[in-house]
Write a protein that binds this ligand. Structure first.
Ligand SMILES: N[C@@H](CCC(=O)N[C@@H](CS)C(=O)NCC(=O)O)C(=O)O
Length: 210
C-alpha cells in the first residue's frame, strides 16, 4: 500500500524547499498544500493545529504529522533508503550532518521571516540594518562552509554523491541571492550550487516552479 504524502509548503520557504528536494530525490509523489507566509497563513488557527509552531513545512504521512525539516529528512532517509542521502560511514554521516546544521541551525533561524519581522516591527530597526543583519549571518555561515568544502567538496558538498548538505545548501544559496548577498568570497560553495542547479530534482523543487 502506498502511503499518501502531503506537504504544507510555501514556495520561497527554504525549510520547505529542503523537503521538496528530498521528496524529489526519493521519487515520492506528494500533494502540496500552500500556506501563504506573506499573508500570515502560518498563524491561522487551522494551521496551528497542524504545526503548533506556526512554521512550514509540515509533512502529513497517512494520519500522522511531522514538522521540522531536518527531522523530516531523517525520516525519509530511514523509510525510503534508496537512493541514500547520507554516506554509509558513521563519521562521514556526522560530517554531512555538520554541514547541514551550519545552515539549518546556525544561519537560517537567525534570518527567518519572524526574526526579520521582529527586528523591523518590534525592535524598530532600520531596513538597511536588517539587511546587514541578514547578510552578516549568511557570511559567517558561508565562510565556515567554504572552509569545510576545501576538504569535503567534490562535484557536490560532500564528494560526488548528493547528501543532506546539498539539500540544505541549495535553498540557503537561493535565499542569499534574494537578499543580495555577495557570493564571490565563496567560489567552491558557488560551484557546488551551480552543479546542483542542473539536477532535475533540484530544478523541480525550485521556488520558480512551485
Ligand atoms: N527549523 C524549522 C524552521 C521552519 C521555518 O522557520 N520555516 C519558515 C519558512 S523557511 C517559516 O515558516 N516562517 C514563518 C514565519 O517566520 O512566520 C525547520 O527546519 O523546519
Amino acid at each position: 500500500m502506498t502511503i499518501e504524502i502531503e506537504l504544507y509548503d510555501y514556495y520561497r520557504s527554504s525549510a520547505s524547499y529542503r523537503v521538496r528536494i528530498a521528496l524529489e530525490l526519493k521519487n515520492r509523489s506528494y500533494q502540496k498544500i500552500p500556506i501563504n507566509l506573506k499573508t500570515g497563513g502560518q498563524h491561522e488557527l487551522s494551521y496551528r493545529t497542524i504545526n503548533a509552531q506556526g512554521l512550514v513545512p509540515a509533512l502529513i504521512i497517512g494520519p500522522k504529522v511531522l514538522t521540522q525539516s531536518l527531522a523530516i529528512l531523517e525520516y525519509l532517509e530511514e523509510v525510503y533508503p534508496d537512493p541514500p542521502l547520507l554516506p554509509r560511514n558513521p563519521f562521514e554521516r556526522a560530517e554531512v550532518r555538520s554541514i547541514a546544521q551550519i545552515i539549518a541551525c546556525d544561519i537560517h533561524p537567525l534570518n527567518n521571516l519572524r526574526v526579520l519581522n521582529y527586528l523591523k516591527h518590534e525592535a524598530s530597526i532600520e531596513e538597511q540594518q536588517v539587511s546587514d543583519w541578514y547578510q552578516h549571518w549568511v557570511h559567517e555561515g558561508f565562510l565556515a562552509i567554504e572552509q569545510k568544502f576545501l576538504t569535503s567538496a567534490g562535484k557536490y558538498s560532500y564528494g560526488s554523491d548528493i547528501t543532506f548538505a546539498d539539500i540544505c545548501l541549495m535553498p540557503q544559496v537561493y535565499n542569499a541571492k534574494r537578499f543580495s548577498c555577495d557570493l564571490s568570497p565563496y567560489p567552491t560553495l558557488t560551484r557546488v550550487a551551480e552543479n546542483l542547479s542542473l539536477l532535475p530534482a533540484f530544478t523541480r523543487s525550485h521556488p520558480d516552479f512551485n
